[in-house]
Design a protein around this ligand. Structure first.
Ligand code: COA
Length: 165
């Protein structure tokens, strides 16, 4: 299958409701593990995104799939933010579009927009798809940590990946 054609554009308010739908997939929640305390709380989701959109230091992009003779389809988002001095990335793809190289291509494109280095990414240690996405874009394993994961209601192993340049 040919690589999908993607467009990254700034997140707009109308994207927040579809992002909520993307989040409502229990296997994705388990996979990502480090998710909001109550992912089904639409009000909390809207408040969270309102804060992100108002924060000039957060770089957020919506990921659109471009297919011939069709309107662009919003398939996910990718963001970077600063946490305790480290610039970090996060991303989420609607499960209907998994396994087509979308996250990998979106991250590769995003790295042209978010040029801070080192750039960090985190994933549950048992989320090989996300780790692979980062590896394919040049990230390497920096260290492992343990952190509380809302989706699992316990502490789990987490990998911290870094892109040096
Ligand atoms: C993780 C996620 C972003 C991947 O999106 P995607 O568009 O399906 O990813 P891609 O198709 O670009 O790449 C996935 C890679 O992982 C690999 N992969 C998938 N499942 C795997 C598994 N169980 N074991 C090993 N590799 C796996 C794929 O083969 C592919 O690698 P390849 O291109 O070398 O074959 C998507 O599943 C998602 O949004 N999950 C929920 C949220 C989440 O986990 N976000 C990341 C938080 S850190």
């Amino acid at each position: 299958m040919p690589a999908p054609s993607l467009n990254l554009r700034p997140v707009i308010e109308a994207d927040i409701a579809p992002f909520f739908e993307h989040l409502q997939h229990p296997p994705a929640q388990q996979m990502a593990a480090f998710i909001p305390e109550n992912p089904a709380d639409r009000g909390a989701h809207e408040a969270h995104w309102a804060k992100l959109l108002a924060n000039q230091s957060v770089l957020n992009r919506s990921i659109e799939l471009i297919e011939p003779d069709a309107d662009p389809v919003l398939v996910g988002h990718i963001c970077s933010f600063t946490m305790e001095g480290d610039r970090e990335i996060t991303y989420w793809i609607d499960h209907h579009h998994w396994g087509r190289g979308i996250a990998t291509q979106a991250l590769a494109k995003f790295l042209g927009v978010e040029t801070t280095r080192p750039l960090f990414g985190r994933a549950a240690k048992d989320n090989p798809a996300s780790i692979r996405v980062m590896e394919r874009c040049g990230f390497r394993l920096l260290r492992e940590e343990r952190g509380y994961a809302n989706a699992r209601a316990c502490k789990i192993d987490e990998v911290v990946m870094v892109l040096d340049r």
